[in-house]
Design a protein around this ligand. Structure first.
Ligand code: ATP
Length: 351
């Protein structure tokens, strides 16, 4: 295996027709890390992955594996494995032959090809299906073949582009654990592209959030969840209440904000001053029924796991998403409160 300590992307940029699909991506990936590239459709995730893989030349920037420059090398000389959304298996070859193919292309001794293929088949738990053709397998099993085919070559880095998006919800959950298990047992360094923030948060050591080709934030799941860098990341991380408001007071600890029929105390992200237009971001689970808060009328109540998800409207017609421990009825008038530490106040920059 061509191993490395650090893979470095330095200002990686890719343009299509004068427009940046990916703009100045700089990132250090450490050996053994699981990195997720996350963002909405069109944000540049696949472009980033394809630049790494060598399938797309860079318009600017460079990629380094320790001291070795990679971006000038063709894909096959980078030593990476790839797993795609469409499994891209050979339909006329058995599971075993699909997995052995890459080893055979390298003209390794037959005994070694057999040993490594067996090991990979066992690793992805396809022992009972080794002689079947891809068409005789479920989607999840086919994706496991694709994963085995990539890892059998002991790549220094595995690139995965939305590998689970063709699977149904239950299988997706199972495969998340499966990929994570493989990553841990093999110590694989992985870059994983997804638009599903739950998937990324549950699998990755660190996430890179992209928007319009630009990095918005790099951080651990916890950092992104509790300290999103801007309101776009907050939006993506499930802060469903994004309320346009105005700053009324600023202290060392807190920021007072007011909007139509509503005042809140929150925590400022960045420098804020009285009079500033801002966005107050609150996750539904941090907005609860309590005394002396914002008066609302309950509209929709939904059972979600162990909690009740509630949509309620303020007197000024603003819809809030919150949680309740006890079931309120539609039409009930309640008041809602939030812990100031959990109300993040972002500058209201133009979107
Ligand atoms: P998705 O999840 O939909 O695949 P993505 O985040 O992977 O989206 P990219 O496929 O990287 O996004 O695309 C980023 C931007 O670059 C988009 O605006 C897209 O239209 C543009 N783009 C990508 N590939 C090409 C291409 N070959 N020619 C022209 N524009 C392209």
């Amino acid at each position: 295996m061509s191993s490395f300590d650090t893979l470095r992307l330095d200002g990686v940029t890719r343009r299509f027709g004068g427009k940046d699909a990916l703009s100045g991506l700089s990132l250090e990936i450490h050996k053994g890390e699981f990195i997720a590239l996350l963002g909405p459709s069109g944000c540049g995730k696949s472009t980033a992955l394809n630049c790494l893989a060598g399938l797309l030349p860079l318009s600017a920037g460079s990629i380094w594996q320790d001291d070795r420059r990679l971006d000038t090398l063709p894909p096959e000389r980078r030593g990476f494995g790839m797993v795609f959304q469409s499994y891209a298996l050979f339909p006329h070859l058995s599971v075993r032959k699909n997995i052995a193919f890459g080893l055979q292309m390298r003209h390794l001794p037959r005994a070694e090809v057999r040993r490594r293929t067996d090991e990979a088949i066992r690793l992805v738990r396809l022992d009972e299906h080794a002689t079947k053709l891809p068409g005789q397998l479920s989607g999840g099993q086919q994706q496991r073949v694709a994963i085995a085919r990539a890892v059998v070559l002991e790549p220094s880095l595995v690139l995965m582009d939305e590998p689970l998006s063709n699977l149904d919800a239950k299988l997706r959950l199972e495969m998340r654990t499966e990929i994570r298990r493989l990553h841990q047992s093999l110590g694989l360094t992985t870059v994983y592209v997804t638009h599903d923030q739950e998937e990324a948060l549950s699998m990755a050591d660190r996430l890179v959030v992209l928007r319009d080709g630009r990095v918005q934030q790099v951080g651990t799941p916890e950092e992104l969840h509790t300290r999103p860098a801007n309101r776009h990341v907050a939006d993506f991380m499930g802060y469903r209440n994004l309320l346009p408001m105005r700053v009324t007071s600023v202290t060392r600890e807190h920021v007072g904000v007011e909007g139509p029929g509503m005042t809140l105390t929150g925590t400022g992200v960045g420098d804020l001053f009285p009079g500033d237009e801002v966005v107050a971001a609150i996750r539904p689970e941090d907005l609860v029924v309590g005394e002396g808060g914002v008066p609302v009328t309950v509209e929709v109540v939904e059972y979600q796991g162990r909690e009740l998800a509630v949509e309620a409207r303020t007197d000024q017609g603003i819809m809030l998403h919150l949680r309740a421990a006890e079931r309120p009825a539609p039409g009930d008038k309640v008041s809602v409160v939030a812990d100031p530490a959990r109300v993040l106040v972002f500058p209201g920059e133009p979107s």
